[in-house]
Design a protein around this ligand. Structure first.
Ligand SMILES: NC(=O)c1ccc[n+]([C@@H]2O[C@H](COP(=O)([O-])OP(=O)(O)OC[C@H]3O[C@@H](n4cnc5c(N)ncnc54)[C@H](O)[C@@H]3O)[C@@H](O)[C@H]2O)c1
Length: 433
């Protein structure tokens, strides 16, 4: 059967469905459509479906021009109608895998997507999971559900895992030039997966099992979370020692081997770094193993917003001001520079903590017009003389490239810079992490 599937893939006549038109799914759908496949985006969010249909992008890595061209040409369509699954040869799952309130994995979107696929599964289809998840999801959770149809994996249908490696805002690396891990449940599953991704990714890296691929993805993001945790603690230690942590990292970075610089910050955010290690920790808990590095990094990283607020209080205290009743201007609120993604952003915790301590908080961010907090919604203010001079303290939380840091440094009376965005600018009114 897999020969019958390889032929339409190599001729690019195979119809591909991408479930979940988010940061991961939309760019993937666009790439396959661009190289000639007929692609259908499937999403439960009717607004995203409608926007896709008219070629209006909601993700910075996909331009509305590109999306519009593909939509108008009929290469990329979108729907919420799940019956379309039965018309597709390939179905790629890119749905969210967040944490629940107990900080345990919430894979309900994956299960719901798999349930829809199971209803429509037939011979000659390949299903690839892209969502980040714990080792065992593909073979323990998805495979048994698909097998209930009576079809045989590797013969009638094909199942694979291929984690996404997108780094939003990191323009030199996109889908095509970032090597991609691929793993099949059987050798034929792997072969079909490689054929499917080859037209859109330059380098594919096959691994021996879907569990290996799942753990590889978690290693990549746990590596980041642990190293950021270590360097965040270094920032706290350097402050106690009266040393500039940024200078230390820059000096250590001159070593041409055995060192890789990581930088401290106000805390970690986004869909991946704070979340993915918890998937691994949860899975290991079910095996009676406690993941100590993950636990420690998560504790330190989670405390950083509080540490930033302490720095603000200390800096203001030095100038004879107290936080209660003061005006604080937060510069940048997204979780990382040059993206419009607010998920898990430490800026939100920082603002809530400042408001709890009765500060009046404003924010400026070119990517975010409004910020919904627990009790109020803040509207962005311009980064101008009025707001910079009116603030008792300006806190740089996200170092967007659009900001003019020299102007900020010259205009504000007190700055707490959590990103070293003001590097090279001298002034005793600038407090760095
Ligand atoms: N954003 C990143 O930078 C990044 C990087 C690597 C991996 N990932 C992983 O990729 C996966 C997707 O992340 P994202 O950032 O694209 O999420 P997202 O929230 O931006 O998009 C997910 C989309 O899936 C849709 N959806 C939810 N349930 C659905 C269902 N049952 N059927 C169809 N559509 C459904 C949602 O409406 C939404 O549009 C996650 O597992 C994430 O961890 C994300």
């Amino acid at each position: 059967m897999y020969q019958y599937l390889l032929a339409p893939i190599s001729q690019r006549s195979a119809r591909i469905g991408v479930m979940g038109l988010g940061y991961i799914g939309l760019p993937l759908a666009v790439e396959w459509a661009r190289v000639g496949f007929s692609v259908t985006g499937i999403d439960t969010d009717s607004e995203r479906v409608a926007m896709c249909q008219v070629g209006k992008s909601w993700i910075s890595s996909v331009s509305s021009d590109d999306l519009g061209l593909l939509a108008r040409g009929g290469h990329l369509t979108a729907t919420s109608d799940l019956t379309v699954i039965s018309e597709l040869e390939a179905i790629i799952i890119c749905v969210p895998t967040p944490l629940n309130k107990m900080k345990d994995p919430d894979i309900s979107a994956v299960l719901s997507a798999v349930e829809s696929i199971t209803t429509h599964l037939h011979q000659g289809q390949i299903i690839v999971l892209e969502s980040t998840t714990y080792p065992g999801t593909t073979d323990e959770l998805i495979l048994p559900r698909l097998r209930q149809t009576g079809l045989t994996v590797g013969v009638d249908f094909f199942l694979a895992y291929s984690p996404e490696r997108t780094d939003p805002g990191n323009s030199p690396y996109g889908l095509q030039n970032t090597p991609k891990i691929v793993a099949g449940v059987t050798p034929t599953c792997l072969e079909v997966t490689i054929a499917l991704y080859k037209p859109v990714v330059n380098t594919l890296v096959p691994v021996s099992s879907t569990r290996t691929a799942e753990l590889t993805k978690l290693l990549e993001n746990t590596f980041r979370a642990v190293n950021i945790g270590m360097v965040n603690e270094l920032a706290i230690m350097a402050d106690l020692l009266g040393v500039n942590v940024w200078e230390v990292i820059s000096a250590a970075g001159t070593k041409p081997f055995g060192f890789m610089p990581f930088y401290p910050g106000p805390g970690i955010g986004g869909h991946c770094i704070p979340v993915d290690p918890q998937y691994l920790a949860w899975k290991l808990r079910t095996l009676n193993y406690r993941t100590r590095f993950i636990q420690l990094a998560s504790e330190i990283n989670g405390q950083m917003p509080r540490y930033v607020v302490e720095r603000v209080i200390t800096a203001m205290n030095e100038t004879g001001k107290c936080l209660n009743g003061s005006h604080i201007l937060i510069v940048g609120v997204t979780y990382k520079r040059d993206v419009r993604d607010l998920r898990e952003s430490p800026a939100i915790d920082i603002i809530e903590l400042l408001r709890e301590r009765k500060a009046h908080v404003d924010f400026a961010d070119p990517y975010i017009p409004k910020l919904a907090l627990m009790e109020v919604t803040l509207v962005a203010v311009p980064l101008d003389d009025e707001h910079l001079q009116g603030a008792d303290c300006v806190v740089i939380v996200t170092d967007h490239r659009d900001f003019d840091y020299l102007y900020i440094a010259k205009t504000a009376s007190l700055i707490v810079d959590t990103r070293n965005a003001t590097t090279g600018i001298v002034g005793s009114h600038i407090w760095r992490l």
